[in-house]
Design a protein around this ligand. Structure first.
Ligand code: NDP
Ligand code: MG
Length: 385
């Protein structure tokens, strides 16, 4: 029986993780759940139906609600409560599925505690990759990616990481892959929240539309697999069936294919190297028909290029990229800036920053804070209200 804690249990990844675990009650026991607190009722139902001993929630009102309804369980609150749960060592695996750089604080606690870290929260790695990897190395914590592209590469690389020539990340291209540059300037949050292939939380759905998601994933791949940026490429693959590819020095390509269903990489991160049977729609190749690959429209989706610049610059610049993007996406979703202003905000903030090495969490937090206020100012300047 594997004990699992899920941070971000009320989100898209968290709910799907509980679906996977619900299909395998004899293999997993949920010992901890964590969330922000925007839907305490759902967290309460999850805690009851999985008989969870400890719940952590960021919001104090949500924590008070949970304490009232779960008098016999431990209810922790605030960032400190989530960090406590993350680092408690009660679980064999902690799935970090919170959204945003906020998740880094908990992810670091997991990494320090030495248990397996199943990481969906890509912003944690993009902002604090050096710190997180160092903590994993020190404690022996195993880091398994949940992001579908990275899970694919992780599986293709088993035992052969020395002979890699290139990583090729596939991208669906998002809902606006066929929009003209003029049409992109007019898109609304409602349109951006409709992804053609995946159903996900709002932040990553907008990131997929700007291709900032692919940018974050390029940086994520660099950290996870120690591959230089010039050897990480992106290919637009509309069907989201090939989840990424690894090219080896002898010209061989290995890839991971499957239906676009996040339960598959989530389940793998929980059970690797074993595989679990899942109630997915198994792929019928004849009904897929064609698999297509196209170049990225770099000029129309500048957020991807900016991620390469941030990654190559290194140090604090990837945290700056991430923070500026988080702020710009929130401003776009609040209808205060145009879709195309998201990349402008990121570019502006990166231009104002001189990268520094990230040796401590304090340095990182200071850079993150600075980038957020700089991004907010620039978003105000570009505001359309
Ligand atoms: P959602 O927005 O659906 O869920 C986010 C989760 O984080 C919720 O449980 C939310 O809690 C919680 N949360 C937010 N703020 C805090 C906080 N301050 N403290 C604790 N918990 C918090 O996001 P997704 O599930 O879509 O994505 C989660 C992560 O996984 C992201 O980093 C994303 O990039 C990555 N990912 C997602 C994929 C997907 O298919 N969805 C695919 C690959 C990666 P509450 O509900 O209480 O606010
Ligand atoms: Mg992905």
């Amino acid at each position: 029986m594997e004990n699992v804690t899920i941070l971000g249990s009320t989100g898209s990844i968290g709910r799907q993780a509980l679906d996977v675990i619900g299909e395998h009650p004899d293999s997993f026991s949920v010992v901890g759940l964590g969330a922000g607190g925007s839907c305490p009722q759902l967290l309460l139902e999850q805690a009851r139906s999985f008989d969870v001993a400890t719940v952590a929630v960021h919001d104090e009102d949500a924590a008070a609600f949970l304490r009232r309804h779960l008098p016999d369980r431990r209810v922790l609150s605030g960032r400190a409560g989530l960090m406590d749960l993350a680092g408690s060592g009660q679980a064999h695996t902690v799935l970090c599925a919170m959204v945003g750089m906020e998740g880094l604080y908990s992810a670091l606690e997991v990494a320090r505690s030495g248990v397996r870290l199943a990481l969906a929260n890509k912003e944690a790695l993009v902002a604090g990759g050096d710190l997180l990897l160092k903590a994993c190395r020190r404690s022996g914590s195993e880091l398994i990616p949940v992001d579908s592209e990275h899970s694919a590469i992780y599986q293709c690389l088993q035992g052969q990481s020395r002979s890699v020539r290139r990583l090729i990340l596939t991208a669906s291209g998002g809902p606006f892959r066929d929009h003209s540059a003029q049409a992109l300037a007019q898109v609304t949050p409602k349109q951006a929240l409709k992804h053609p292939n995946w159903s996900m939380g709002p932040k990553i759905t907008v990131d997929s539309a700007t291709l900032a998601n692919k940018g974050l994933e390029v940086i994520e791949a660099h950290y996870l697999f120690s591959v230089p940026y010039e050897s990480i490429e992106v290919s637009v693959h509309r069907q989201s069936i090939v989840h990424s590819l690894v090219e080896f020095i002898d010209g061989s390509l290995l890839s991971h294919l499957g239906p676009p269903d996040m339960r598959i990489p989530i389940a793998y991160a929980l059970s690797a190297p074993d595989r679990l049977p899942l109630s997915v729609n198994y792929l019928e190749l004849a009904s897929v028909g064609r698999l297509t690959f196209e170049p990225v429209r770099w000029r129309d989706f500048p957020a991807l290029q900016l991620a390469y610049v941030a990654g190559r610059t290194g140090g604090s610049m990837t945290a700056i990229y991430n923070a500026a993007n988080e702020v710009a996406v929130a401003e776009f979703l609040a209808d205060r800036i145009a879709f195309t202003s998201i990349a402008r905000v990121i570019e502006h903030v990166m231009e104002q920053h001189d990268s520094v090495p990230v040796d401590t969490l304090e340095t990182l937090t200071a850079c993150d804070d600075w980038a957020r206020s700089c991004a907010l100012k620039e978003a105000g300047r570009l505001s359309n209200v």
